[in-house]
Design a protein around this ligand. Structure first.
Ligand code: ADP
Ligand code: MG
Length: 391
């Protein structure tokens, strides 16, 4: 068993909490603050126990100097301060004098948020590459490390594994909840629904999940690489060309388990108000993009879902941000929420869809991690959890 925040004496200590504040931000506004809300319990606990709270997180992928404007955590500090009803001091750097001065001035119960840890990636990929010196430096800023970032627990970065290797450590309440639900005993039939756009990230786990699950229903952009591997012409749909052979092998190996769409909603462009068509998968035209599963597919998927005792779903089955292509995701949410199965949804976008469409209370657990929950269910150790001290 991993230590939790409750196992440590926080009073007067500088407690570094690695949160997952990787939230969608459009024009400086946070469009989904669920991950911030999910971290409140741990932050409030640390405040109640008179700690000095130093919050850190990554946001997005930082590759160029321009990304620094797009991915500043400043909007998160503002939102967090509203949610906590107290001042959150934002430091616009992730290391150096400004950071150290702000921390020196902290009193018990004050809350500081440092700038995006991935700004360190502009300096030789130090965050994502788990640079030893950077992990050590961040650790030197505090007395205790709490990992609350489930969404990045499958990655070995300086801001999780690096710091934890240099300080007494524990998990927070959100991490504890994630582990509890993702470790529930699986009752069969066990159905996995996979969708979304991060095909290259997710495609590798299909093999492992297919081995464990009774059925794997595939929608979203990912379906098109599989359809292509099955010999269909998928027009301008998103296809991961270098994974076609892999998908072909997976399909052969698990032909009784993998269920692909039989029809899809297509359009010539991805934009609001565009004309849409319902096509059988053998009818997709060269200049069309597949953007949602069709009604026939929803019916087929329903039969599997209704029969399931455990359902895990990662990745929206369509381009749900546009109402033209959101029906598949909405209908599946409806079906899943009405089954008697234990239902777990993982992934930032899938979670957002579930919450925005009003299904939050009808799902057993909405995980804050996409890749992390997939890896966990695959049975893999997550480095960000593994590194935490045992009780
Ligand atoms: P999650 O965040 O839940 O892990 P992903 O980030 O992998 O999911 O994918 C979510 C994205 O996938 C959404 O922005 C959605 O619009 C997109 N998407 C789903 N289906 C398609 C499709 N057929 N074509 C293009 N994009 C799609
Ligand atoms: Mg996503």
């Amino acid at each position: 068993m991993k230590k939790t925040i409750k196992d440590l004496d926080l009073k007067g200590k500088k407690v570094i909490i690695r949160c997952d504040f990787n939230v969608p931000i459009k024009n400086g506004r946070i469009t989904d603050d669920n991950r911030i809300k999910e971290s409140l319990r741990t932050i409030k606990y640390a405040i109640r126990h008179s700690a000095k709270i130093i919050l850190i997180s990554h946001l997005g992928r930082v590759k160029t100097l321009e990304d620094k404007d797009k991915y500043s955590l400043k909007p998160v500090a503002l939102r967090l301060s509203e949610l906590l009803n107290r001042k959150v001091i934002f430091v616009d750097d992730y290391k150096g004098k400004k950071v150290e001065n702000a921390i020196d001035k902290m009193k018990n119960r004050s809350v500081v948020l440092l700038e995006n840890t991935r700004f360190a990636d502009l300096d030789g990929n130090k965050e994502s590459g788990n640079d030893k010196a950077l992990g050590k430096y961040w650790a030197s800023l505090g007395d205790i490390f709490i990992n609350e970032a489930f969404g990045t627990a499958h990655r070995s970065h300086a801001s999780n594994v690096g710091i934890a290797s240099n300080l007494p450590s524990a998990i927070g309440f959100l991490m504890e909840k994630e582990i509890k639900f993702l470790s529930l005993k699986i009752k069969r039939p066990y159905t996995v629904v996979l969708g979304g756009a991060k095909v290259s990230d997710k495609i590798g786990v299909i093999n492992a999940l297919a081995a464990k699950a009774d059925y794997v229903l595939i929608g979203g952009a990912m379906a098109f690489t599989f359809l292509k591997a099955s010999g269909f012409n998928v027009g301008g749909s998103l296809v991961q060309t270098d994974e076609i052979d892999y998908c072909y092998d997976v399909l052969n190996k698990y032909e009784d388990k993998i269920v692909l769409p039989i029809d899809v909603v297509t359009a010539k462009e991805i934009k609001s108000g565009v004309k849409t068509n319902l096509r059988f998968v053998n009818e997709i035209e060269e200049d069309e993009i597949g953007l949602d599963i069709g009604r026939g597919t929803i019916k087929v998927f329903k039969q599997y879902l209704d029969d399931s005792k455990t359902i895990f779903w990662n990745g929206p089955v369509g381009y749900f941000e546009l109402s033209e292509f959101s029906l598949g995701t909405k209908m599946l949410l409806d079906i899943v929420s009405k089954t008697s199965a234990t239902t777990i949804i993982g992934g930032g976008d899938t979670g957002s869809a579930a919450i925005n469409m009003g299904y939050q209370d009808k799902i057993t657990h909405i995980s804050t991690g996409g890749g992390a929950s997939l890896k966990y269910l695959e049975g893999k150790e997550l480095p960000g959890i593994d590194v935490i001290d045992e009780k």
